[in-house]
Design a protein around this ligand. Sequence first.
Ligand code: SF4
Ligand code: SF4
Length: 437
Amino acid sequence: MQTDFSPAQLADPATAQSEGAIRKCVHCGFCTATCPTYVLLGDELDSPRGRIYLMKEMLEAEAVPTAEVVKHIDRCLSCLACTTTCPSGVDYMHLVDHARAYIQNRYRRPWHERFVRGLLAYVLPSPSRFRMAIRLARFGRPFTGMLRSIDGLKPLAAMLDLAPKSLAPPAPLTSSPARMTRGRIVLLKGCAEPVLRPEIREAAVRLLNRSGFDVVFANGEACCGALVHHMGHEEASLAAARRNVDAWTAELNGEGLDAIVITASGCGTTIKDYGFMLRNDPAYARKAARVSALAKDISEMLAAIELPAHVDRGIKVGYQAACSLQHGQKVTEAPRRLLASVGYDVRVPRDAHLCCGSAGTYNILQPQIAGELGRLKVGNLEELRADVIATGNVGCATQIGAWTGVPVVHVVELLDWATGGPTPPAMIDRYSEGSQE
Ligand code: SF4
Ligand code: SF4
């Protein structure tokens, strides 16, 4: 695509980066076939190519974004299916990140959008606030129907729908004593995941310890910043990145680290991008690049080693590939191969490349499109007649779990179970032999 940025505009590194991405687009339209919003809505402006055009016009003109442009950018899931399909290698991820930050800085949203986005940015990155919000949700639940009937307040209804009715107690940050031989790793504590599904981190620690790794939790680590990053809150996401880079650099420079392991693939994609996000910060650029190079999704980490002895449970698993893992990190084979290697019968649904509609806060901010994608995904997964659905991201587990009666677990819970851990809590009703450890 031809561009018309001035030299002064291109002196800004973010604009120069976006210009490079836009210029690579050759209008071929291959990406439209795999874009969930284009597949659903059939509007060119809700396709990657259409959005690239809108972003180009907005950034070139240095215009105040119009409500129409914001609508189409907001509808993008940041699922990155387009980056997997694009033959020209358009860096859509950093382009849309830039556009979102631009919109956040220059566009005044209606009050109800500001309220909901502000609430999400305040609550979700903090496990204690998130836990409190879920407890308070029961007081709002009787008003869900009323909220759903008011256009601007539908996101509040979606929030209440997605809030679990009960919560497990906070999971302690425990690991086995330092007696391992394979290496020392930091496990990301996470923010939403340990509140919604504390069993994921517990399973990860058990499995990593059993596989011979020392697991540590870094002091000073915070939310990775992915949720605010996707809402365009650039300063908040950079502050989160710097804080985590400091926390993990202290571990690296202390007893040393072999990897930074992440169980939520949405967080992993952002942490792997810290090197890019902080590339223009002289105090952090090198440290952030070092951290990003050490970041690994737990399935990547485990795929590189031999897992402990396993019990073959003969269970059918429908594998839901999280977009952040398959498109964001290009980790496609590892989770399926790991599950198959410990005896699970792994099945993949139709249209596995399409997003389930979770996408960070998307299922709250765009409940209608997210609902349609959720129903579509669950229909495809249920066709597999699997005993359980496994995924690598807590957001997908929450979204899919809202639409199906089939248990939904994290891949690591099944690997832990097969190699000596307890039955995943979501499966206890059906497979109740309890802990084997
Ligand atoms: S596939 Fe790539 S090059 Fe083709 S229209 Fe989409 S973004 Fe542009
Ligand atoms: S990130 Fe996903 S929703 Fe957004 S344009 Fe690309 S394929 Fe479409």
